[in-house]
Design a protein around this ligand. Structure first.
Ligand code: GLA
Length: 392
């Protein structure tokens, strides 16, 4: 049976006729709670998932970098010297290379800007992280590539620094104005734990999720509605948050508390206020979720997940009918809590359910999608998994 790891090695061998110097991998992530809070200097609680992206990488002595992947036909090859002329991608433009290749090449570019240099490389990528599902397939590519180049170029950067390299690639090479949650989750993940991350200080603390011990499971319901964060809605939401913070006279919405909301409402238009209210209440929900998990366990966080979804649907307006259907159907079939996860406008929702209910909830959500004429969802369970690593 082939695996993404063996696929990456096979692709490398096909590309170069030799064996790779090593294989590095990084996972996708699910966010338990804390959405659109990362770029507001707020709090998030994601965990790495078992789905991973593998990069089989070898050096070459002609100063060129080539990236190939099993999900595209053509490899993209440029000289390492050329990278500084290819990136950054001007705001609003398409990257100078095919979008998928901008992720790994952008990582090499960002590493150069951080002072790292080294020989040319061939990079062959394979992955089982669903693409466009809101599960951070992009952060997984960045994490695997950054880990490989960090080792091969002896850059000596720590995990947080590599997460920043990944975000820089995503923001400035790909042109998606995202925060740092996905890259931090992919770099810092650990089995059985979620990462409670303060996105202002980048302080990260592991929080035991304890789902299995409680007899529970986390179901991912990928709606198959593809989202893209380099276009439209995501950037508009981010701009609304910046507007709200400016009106409140603070550097970011992290500095606005739930008690300030009454005052905020009088100062801004209704749409901006609702965007602000989502972020401010979501930050509080992350803090409450961490405390509840620590004191009472996973069974007690359901209401917080449900409130988070309602806030994204009604105040932040980033849900879609498929996500609402997944969440509502899971809840109607006994889920303890459910919410969309990730940037929104498509992608996946999660549900916290009894282990014994996995099949029933899967069937119910699948039937509800069919009834509404939606494409069939892709539904599977996940457990918190390890972050980026060298595999061989
Ligand atoms: C995407 C971005 C993250 C974060 C989430 C929303 O996944 O990449 O930085 O903003 O959306 O929470």
């Amino acid at each position: 049976m082939t695996t993404p790891a063996s696929d990456a090695v096979a692709l490398f061998e096909q590309l170069t006729g030799s064996t790779p110097a090593g294989v590095w991998s990084a996972p996708g992530r699910v966010n338990l709670i804390g959405e659109h809070t990362d770029y507001n200097d707020g709090f998030v609680l994601p965990f790495a998932i078992p789905h991973r992206t593998y990069a089989a990488v070898g050096t070459r002595d002609d100063g060129r970098i080539r990236v190939a992947s099993t999900f595209t036909h053509d490899a993209v090859e440029v000289s390492l010297n050329e990278l500084q002329t290819l990136f950054p991608t001007p705001t609003g433009s398409e990257p100078a290379v095919e979008e998928w290749a901008a992720y790994p090449l952008g990582v090499a570019w960002a590493l150069q800007l951080a002072g790292a240099t080294g020989t040319g490389v061939d990079i062959a990528i394979a992955s089982d992280v669903p693409v466009g599902a809101g599960l951070s397939s992009s952060a997984a590519i960045e994490g695997a590539t950054a880990s490989a180049l960090n080792d091969l170029w002896n850059a000596g950067l720590d995990r947080t620094a590599l997460a920043r390299i990944g975000r820089r690639s995503e923001n400035e090479a790909v042109g998606a104005p995202t925060g740092i949650m996905d890259q931090m989750a992919s770099m810092l993940g650990e089995a059985d734990s979620a990462i409670f991350l303060d996105c202002r200080s980048l302080d990260a603390n592991l929080v035991s999720v304890g789902v299995a011990e409680a007899g529970l499971a986390i179901l991912v319901m990928d709606t198959r509605v593809k989202h893209a964060h380099s276009t439209g809605g995501y950037g508009e939401r981010r701009a609304a948050c910046e507007r709200g913070a400016a009106i409140m006279g603070v550097p970011s919405l992290r500095d606005v508390s739930v008690d300030d909301l009454a005052r905020a409402e009088g100062l801004m238009d209704d749409v901006t206020f609702r965007r602000v209210r989502h972020v401010v209440t979501e930050n509080q929900r992350v803090l409450d979720t961490v405390q509840t998990l620590r004191e009472n366990g996973a069974r007690s966080i359901g209401d917080l997940l449900v409130a988070s979804h309602a806030s994204m649907r009604d105040d932040f307006e980033i849900s879609v009918p498929e996500l609402d259907t997944a969440v509502e159907t899971a809840l109607a079939n006994g889920a303890i809590g459910a919410r969309m996860t990730g940037g929104g406008f498509g992608g996946a929702a999660i549900a916290l359910i009894e282990q014994s209910a996995v099949q029933d909830v899967t069937d119910a959500v699948t039937a509800a999608f069919a009834e509404k004429g939606f494409a069939a969802p892709n539904i599977f369970t996940v457990t918190p998994a390890d972050g980026a690593r060298r595999d061989s």
